[in-house]
Design a protein around this ligand. Structure first.
Ligand code: GLU
Length: 505
């Protein structure tokens, strides 16, 4: 009988949850799903020096946010727990000792001092640093005597001195390593803690992992893992090394060049659908130029053998485009609800958002969602709907000459005779309007009627001063959309304020 497929991610809680973790999780999840198996989460927290408080919780939250649900994990439990390595220390110590008995590992009593001198000698001779195998030849009696005397020790992997270790990578074919180039890796440290290699392999075995799908940066570790499986006599999982996410200069994705924290992406207002879709595009192609999809489509369509190895570039512009497609597709009420915290952050709404206020936000979101890569960007474009304390825009240092010119044109437009007439006429029409609200069409009609009555060929001569009087800004959302959102009374108040402050009439 075929074994049930089980995949996993095994992040270390060393800081903010990384986009790379979500990327690898997505492929593990899709592979398990497609094969009717399980995808699990294990936390590899045995490196005490790199441990960051709170990081584990952020990993759980980020995966849940993205809908990358794991069937087993530290916070959801499961039959192979505990799923947090720091709670399994005893297990690794036992397995390390077992490996010594099996002849795949040995006790090493070399002092840090000796190892340091060894390193220096190797350096001076231009040799690669590595353990020289000194303790490999200790007899069982010598080992026992040292252990009885309480000498500190580590346990090392007994790498074969000859031959090759071959990774049969499903995507990359055979990757061959010469065994004599591989160090006798420490498996159990002097403090009793395991290293990554031991804990990772023991857990993958005990947790029934059948496919190890991880980033290519781990390729160099895999021959050691293969030797461990062999020494224990365990079935080997299949190894699949995914292409690394890259900065635009093709270097490994790094926070100096790209935001890498999922928390950042969430706070920036990327939708979970946008992130998942984008990560899906990173190593995989649907064919037929299909670029926009949901997690469900990805899972359905997924075929691990179609993963492409070309270093995928994590391009924020592309992500913005993908995210925007999902913003457009989202149910408007839901999108508005998701945008509320961003409106709150800039003070456009308070703690509680009532029905009328929500209806206003909904209008704004409907108008602006087409042009914004993120929810935060949407809100940044929304100022003209919310800020009634308007003043005329001024040219600033960071503007180019074209922008400066349009600001100058805006400021002049209210001094112009036609400008003044347009403002006066439009204000009168607003005041005569029987209700506080307009539909978009009504707002458009009033603007057009004003233009007709002012009787000039140039639409700009009418609409520019009106824009100035209602928003103070040279560019922005269509004026009728602003009127539709702010309604009659706020428009009148804004115009009267401008007329007063700039002595327009
Ligand atoms: N703990 C490793 C990490 O931080 C796991 C690598 C692996 O998947 O084996 O990514």
């Amino acid at each position: 009988m075929e074994k049930r497929v089980r995949t996993r991610i095994a992040p270390s809680p060393t800081g903010d949850p990384h986009v790379g973790t979500a990327y690898i999780a997505l492929y593990n999840l899709a592979f398990a799903w497609k094969n009717g198996g399980d995808f699990i989460l294990r936390i590899e927290d045995t490196d005490q020096n790199r441990y960051v408080e709170g990081s584990e919780k952020m990993i759980f939250d980020a995966l849940k946010w993205l809908g990358l649900d794991y069937a087993e994990g530290p916070d959801v439990g499961g039959p192979c727990g505990p799923y947090r390595q720091s709670e399994r220390i005893q297990i690794y110590a036992e397995y390390a000792k077992k490996l010594v008995e099996l002849g795949g590992a040995y006790y090493c009593f070399c002092t840090p001092d000796r190892l340091e001198r060894l390193r220096e000698r190797q350096k001076a001779m231009g040799k690669a640093p590595g353990y020289d195998g000194c303790c490999r030849s200790l007899t069982p009696e010598q080992v026992k005597a040292k252990l009885d005397a309480g000498e500190p020790y580590v346990i090392r992997l007994k790498m074969p001195y000859e031959g090759q270790t071959i990774i049969h990578d499903r995507l990359r074919g055979d990757i061959v390593f010469e065994n004599d180039k591989i160090d006798d890796q420490v498996l159990l440290k002097a403090d009793g803690y395991p290293t990554y290699h031991l804990a990772n392999v023991v857990d993958d075995h005990l947790m029934g992992i059948t496919h190890v799908i991880r980033a290519e940066e781990w390729i160099a570790s895999t021959p050691k893992h293969i030797q461990l499986y062999k020494a224990y006599g365990w079935d080997m999982p299949e190894f699949i090394h995914m292409p690394l996410l890259r900065n635009s200069d093709k270097s490994k994705i790094s926070k100096r060049k790209n935001p890498v924290s999922l928390v950042w992406y969430r706070e920036e207002g990327y939708l979970k659908e946008g992130i998942v879709n984008f990560l899906g595009l990173m190593g995989y192609s649907f064919g037929e130029n299909k670029e926009i999809f949901f997690l469900e489509d990805f899972k359905e369509n997924f075929n691990i053998d179609n993963v492409s190895l070309g270093g995928p570039v994590f391009d924020l512009v592309k992500l913005g485009w993908v995210n925007n497609q999902h913003m457009r597709m989202k149910d408007l009420d839901e999108l508005t609800r998701l945008t509320v915290p961003f409106f709150r952050e800039v003070g456009y709404v308070g703690e509680n958002v009532g029905e009328t206020e929500f209806a206003t936000l909904r209008k704004v979101v409907a108008i602006l969602r087409e042009g914004a890569p993120t929810l935060k960007a949407l809100v940044q474009n929304a100022r003209q709907f919310f800020d009634d304390e308007i003043s005329l825009q001024e040219a600033s240092e960071d503007m180019n000459s074209k922008q400066k010119k349009s600001v100058e044109k805006l400021r002049n437009s209210i001094l112009d005779e036609i400008g003044k007439a347009s403002i006066a006429l439009f204000l009168e029409k607003l005041k005569n309007w029987p209700r506080d609200g307009f539909t978009v069409e009504e707002a458009r009609d009033i603007l057009h009627a004003t233009w007709e009555e002012v009787n000039t060929d140039s639409a700009g001569k009418v609409f520019m001063p009106l824009r100035a009087a209602i928003t103070g800004q040279s560019i922005g959302t269509d004026l009728y959309n602003i009127l539709y959102v702010i309604g009659r009374d706020r428009a009148v108040a804004r115009m009267e304020r401008m007329i007063r402050n700039y002595h327009i009439l």
